[in-house]
Write a new protein. Sequence first.
Length: 94
Amino acid sequence: MQGFETVDYCVRPLTEQDRGLFVSIHTDADVMRHVGPAMAPAGAEAVFMRALSLTRDRDRPGAYWVVRARNGDRAVGLLGLVPEGSVGRVGALL
């Protein structure tokens, strides 16, 4: 799994080091208000483990990426491509 860069952002595959970012985004009611209810920390941890597994498994379609600002190298969000049956779902939490 590879990442890519733009003028303003670096996008790279999700890793174990992103657990805190992933959980904080998924438990933040303000970030999640357009997606669904904020998760409890244990639920967000479980989703993180599935997302990490999906990203690491090259035999399955789908992955998650971390978006980092090039200016200051701070994480600004997550991107996901998640299979759902014969179709997929693309999402961004920024």
